[in-house]
Design a protein. Structure first.
Lengths: 457, 218
């Protein structure tokens, strides 16, 4: 009889007013009041069960609420720890009780954060790599490391190697009683040994045939930073950081006396001691190809002798990105405004090429804060506005899961002193990019024509 | 400069012409069309969307939702001329060991409920959607047309995704913002904010080109 029901139903529907088919017993979800006797999580390898349970919206002893089971499943998927999360219920030890089973498949959580390969006239080749474990200890912590290596400067084989190393730990949501969305903790250590040219012009023209003879400032930075914060809402973070940095700088050759062409740094040993307040928000619907939502960051830094440092300055940075969906394509508007006041060290000012797709000139975006170009100009004011149009190309179950073509343009305006004239770090303040971006299990990659162009211009 | 402009124009054209991302492969749709009382009725074979492995999913003891959309599209392009949609809720009761089914469509928006004893009966019900009322026969395209069907198993709404999303990204560079590296093959971001694979449970079907002459009068 039950097997005939579909046919009966179809006939009933076709005839207009359908009679209610026989219902031997009411199995509707509204009438089922099963209780969750136990929650079983199957398939965990590295993730801690207690951490997974923390993100569930159902608990043992609850009445089975299917909406909350579904939301729990989605929440686990969006953690990024699992490639698959399936839910089912099984019979419990007695009628009316059920076991909620969550079957998960863990995904790779080690991702490539930086893959750097670059070339400039004074440094024909340099490179680096960054990796990040996004579920460290199975508790959702982030442990990241990155390095860039450039070797000895060209023409000076006996000089020290230039490199930058960075290590970070970040706990995005530590469960603490009384703190609704959890506490944020982080720490970063960085070691940089680099050089900034002090030729008197951005191109260092007088030394084009022998960059080894060009004057420069050699420096070393050893930095440690600790961060603590809260999450006022599910999409926000409010962070306070303290940074302590030991700097040692020395001149090599006769430095320029041209204003603006020497990096702001005290020669000899100096200290940077600064506090930073950061507000971050991210309401984007997708980290890779957002079609709605906004990502924003506002950061204020104060460095002072009162804190034990040698640099008295303040730094303000606002970055915003909004995303829109236009006929299945993505449109992103980007803006950044930065101001550095006082006696900020050069690495706390703004290197305009970092914000530009490319520069028509010697400047090149830095790698892990290392500048391999001949242009040593760091600015006190920076404004950037840009738009990016993204065309999705594919979405499938393979290593290259998703990809899109990004067409972007940006305008960057920067000045060495507040109210001063524009720094001509590039002959055109407008740059553009055509980039292929793809989402893989080991990270999001950006194959950028703008960057390739930047290395040859 | 001319060459540069040509490349830029070609890239722009490529960007505008590129298709949206594919969500699922399209299977052949077996379809029978009939006309009764001026209405076009379609019987479609969706068996490929409900292969035996789906039993595990539909028998998980939780309510599963299947959305079926059937449409008629002119072969020479344009939007659908006729459309039918229905939603089927399926619940396998682990204690009763039976499938409770609720069918909702435009004629029965409140839903029709019944019980199927086993997966075999459920699959038979789901695989052959009979006499779907697509609308007035008069709206059939004059030229050729195709019938398309889209089956979504447990579609997730944007609202549900929004409710479960959180900003718990681990910044790649620790807490030091604004000093991002530029790299030719560099990761842009490293966010623990991933969506479930979109379109993974969407099945698409398309019939061969059909003509008005293939509609059987009843």
């Amino acid at each position: 009889m039950l097997a005939l029901l579909p046919a009966l139903l179809a006939i009933a529907l076709a005839q207009g007013a359908p009679p209610e088919p026989p219902r031997p017993r009411d199995l509707s979800p509204q009438s089922r009041r099963y209780q969750i006797e136990r929650i079983q999580i199957v398939g965990l390898e590295r993730a801690k069960e207690s951490e997974v349970r923390r993100h569930l919206l159902v608990a043992e002893g609850d009445l089975l609420d299917e909406e909350r089971v579904l939301l729990s499943r989605l929440r686990l998927l969006q953690l990024g720890w699992f490639s698959r999360v399936e839910t089912r219920v099984e019979k419990g030890t007695e009628r009316g009780l059920v076991v909620l089973v969550l079957e998960v498949a863990e995904r790779n959580t080690v991702i490539v954060t930086d893959f750097i390969l670059g070339s400039t006239d004074p440094e024909p080749i340099y490179g680096g790599l960054g990796l990040s474990q996004q579920n460290f200890l199975g508790r959702g912590f982030g442990l990241s490391g990155a390095f860039v290596y450039g070797g000895s400067p060209v023409g000076r084989p006996d000089d020290p190697d230039r490199f930058a190393v960075r290590a970070s730990f970040f706990a995005p949501s530590l469960e603490v009683r009384g703190v609704r969305h959890g506490l944020v903790l982080g720490t970063t250590f960085m070691l940089v040994r680099g050089e900034e040219f002090t030729c008197g012009d951005a191109e260092c023209d007088a030394f084009r045939s022998d960059f080894g003879a060009a004057p420069r400032i050699r420096y070393e930075r050893i930095m440690g930073e600790g961060t603590v914060g809260i999450r006022p809402g599910p999409f926000e973070r409010l962070l306070a950081s303290y940074r302590y940095e030991a700097v040692r700088a020395s001149e090599v050759g006769a430095a320029t006396t041209v204003p603006g062409m020497e990096p702001a740094i005290f020669l000899g040993r100096s200290l940077v001691s600064a506090v930073t307040g950061t507000y971050e928000m991210d309401t984007r619907d997708d980290f890779f190809f957002p079609q709605e939502g906004m990502r924003g960051l506002f950061q204020v830094t104060f460095g002072s002798r009162l804190l034990g440092g040698d640099y008295e300055y303040s730094r303000y940075l606002l970055q915003l990105e909004t995303a829109f969906g236009v006929l299945g394509r993505g449109l992103r508007l980007q803006t950044a405004v930065g101001i550095a006041q006082g006696n900020a060290p050069f690495f706390d000012r703004f290197y305009a090429a970092d914000f530009s797709y490319f520069a028509l000139g010697p400047a090149l975006g830095r790698a892990l804060e290392l500048n391999f170009s001949t242009d040593p100009r760091y600015d006190a004011f920076l404004a950037m506005g840009g738009v990016e149009y993204a065309v999705p190309l594919w979405s499938k179950r393979s290593f290259f899961r998703r990809g899109y073509l990004a067409l972007g343009t940006r305008a960057v305006y920067s000045t060495g002193t507040l109210g001063g004239k524009r720094t001509s770090f590039t002959r055109s303040p407008v740059s553009a990019d055509v980039a292929l971006r793809f989402d893989t299990p080991v990270g999001v990659f950006n194959l950028s024509a703008g960057y390739l162009l930047d290395n040859v211009l | 400069v001319t060459a540069g402009r040509s490349i830029a124009a070609a890239l722009a054209a490529l960007a505008l012409a590129a298709p949206p991302p594919a969500t699922a492969a399209t299977s052949h749709l077996g379809v029978k069309l009939a006309a009764r009382n001026g209405r076009l009725l379609a019987t479609v074979d969706l068996g490929a969307a409900f292969a035996p492995p789906v039993e595990r999913e539909l028998g998980n003891g939780l309510t599963n939702v299947i959305a079926v959309y059937v449409s008629v599209l002119p072969t020479d392009g344009g939007g659908p001329a006729l459309v039918h949609g229905r939603v089927i809720e399926i619940l396998f009761d682990v204690w009763e060991e039976a499938y409770a089914v609720t069918l909702k469509d435009p004629r029965t928006p409140q839903g029709v409920s019944f019980v199927l004893a086993d997966f075999r009966a459920l699959r038979a019900f789901l695989a052959e959607e009979k006499d779907l009322d697509l609308g007035p026969v008069a709206l059939l395209p004059e030229g050729g047309f195709v019938v398309e069907a889209r089956v979504e198993v447990n579609p997730v709404s944007k609202e549900q995704l929004h409710r479960t999303r959180e900003f718990i990204a681990n910044p790649a560079g620790g807490s030091r913002a604004g000093g991002g590296s530029r790299s030719v093959l560099g990761a842009m971001a490293s966010f623990l904010l991933r969506e479930p694979a979109p379109g993974s449970d969407v099945h698409l079907f398309r019939s061969r080109p059909l003509g008005r002459g293939e509609v059987v009068a009843r």
